[in-house]
Design a protein around this ligand. Structure first.
Ligand code: HEM
Length: 353
């Protein structure tokens, strides 16, 4: 086994070929069936985009490791656009993981992508489960080829690889089952995780977003009563009609290079969390045709990032290529320009309150 230092990456020799194959698989996944709008191949069902403000926490000034990049200036505020999504299902009542993609506007500083050095956006991509279901690009190929072959959400042979029980992917199997069983009552009530690591200056961290208890509303009937296939969007509409929501953004440091690996996002990191910012979501409406179309045409990627928060690890290196090519292709098929929006363009569609 190769011994790595804290924050150090390891690029296996097969990776470039594997990334090319993952990209081809995702080109096939792109949902072209739903013309006139070609939707994302993964996280295709969007519940809508909403606006909010990210407020850097005062306590970052007590720890120099935290006061980096986006979190350099305590109490600084940034406007954000947040897109919520299901990973794979159209009916919200079915088990799945949910995505929360945050675009932070007007972030100064050098960005990670060579052709976007001077862009002003920083994206943070999270889902409502702490760990990813595959360890690397090679395993991703095995999983998605099995999904394609079986045309189902039960790629049993990826997990159960033969007669030898000791060779089964037990660890991934439990994560896959947890994804399939996961249903939620509200998008604003659950915790989200980045799953994969990022730089925070010289350190490596994972992000999490924890909802405030005040976000939880509704009684017994709302939780257990009949639900439409779009109840997550409807619930967010009802919630934001007359009240807001807040969530805390926290980071956890990699403190042990073996127990908290950079190159394997199926492993949960057990280090303590430190609050870096508060996400404040005001009451609003978000479902006009103009808003829904603005939202669907956006491109989120963990690589829309300050160098200070550069994504780490093989799954993130794979995402660098896949998200860039897929969102470019999706925008081209939908006849829209592929570029980052300005805050003024966002404000015009989602007016500040
Ligand atoms: C190799 C692994 C992965 C691949 C190939 C992959 C692929 C994709 C693709 C193709 C999209 C749609 C991109 C677009 O059309 O703009 C997407 C969206 C997304 N992915 Fe991944 N993904 C991977 C891992 C992850 C992980 C680890 C997370 C954990 C946070 C994640 C969270 C998301 C979210 C939240 C979205 C929706 C972004 C939006 O709202 O536009 N993905 N992914």
């Amino acid at each position: 086994m190769i011994q790595l230092e804290l924050g150090q990456e390891y690029i296996p020799p097969y990776e470039a070929d594997a990334i090319a194959t993952v990209t081809q698989i995702n080109e096939r996944l792109l949902n072209q069936a739903e013309k006139p709008l070609v939707r994302r191949g993964e996280h295709g069902k969007g519940h809508g985009c909403i606006r909010g403000t990210l407020v850097v926490d005062l306590q970052v000034s007590t720890d120099p490791r935290l006061q980096v990049g986006l979190f350099k200036h305590p109490e600084q505020t940034f406007s954000v656009c947040i897109r919520f999504s299901n990973f794979s299902v159209k009916d919200d009542a079915r088990g799945d993981v949910r995505g929360m993609a945050i675009k932070v506007f007007n972030v100064p500083g050098e960005k990670a992508l060579d052709d976007e050095k001077d862009e002003l956006t920083q994206d943070i991509l999270l889902v409502d489960y702490p760990v990813f279901v595959v360890r690397n690009a090679k395993d991703y190929i095995d999983l998605f080829l099995e999904i394609e072959r079986t045309q189902s959400r039960s790629p049993v042979r990826f997990f159960i690889t033969g007669l030898n029980l000791f060779k089964w992917r037990w660890h991934e199997l439990w994560i896959g089952i947890a994804y399939r069983l996961k249903t939620i009552s509200s998008l604003l009530e659950v915790q989200y995780w980045s799953m994969t690591p990022y730089r925070l200056g010289k350190a490596a961290v994972k992000f999490t977003l924890i909802p405030s208890p005040g976000n939880i509303i509704g009684g017994f009937w709302r939780r257990l009563g009949p639900r439409s296939k779009d109840y997550l969007r409807e619930g967010m509409r009802d919630h934001l009609r007359d009240r807001g929501a807040t969530l805390d953004l926290l980071v956890q440091f990699q403190t042990d290079a073996n127990k908290m690996p950079i190159e394997d996002p199926t492993i949960y990191w057990s280090s303590p969390f430190h609050k870096v910012a508060t996400l404040v979501i005001p009451p609003q409406s978000f479902e006009s045709p103009e808003q829904m179309s603005f939202c669907e045409n956006l491109s989120f990627t963990p690589w829309h990032s300050l160098v200070d928060h550069q994504p780490l690890g093989g799954i993130n290196r794979t995402r660098r290529v896949v998200y860039e090519q897929l969102s470019r292709m999706r925008n081209r098929l939908n006849g829209v320009e592929h570029r980052e929006p300005s805050l003024a363009e966002f404000d015009a569609v989602y007016p500040p309150q």
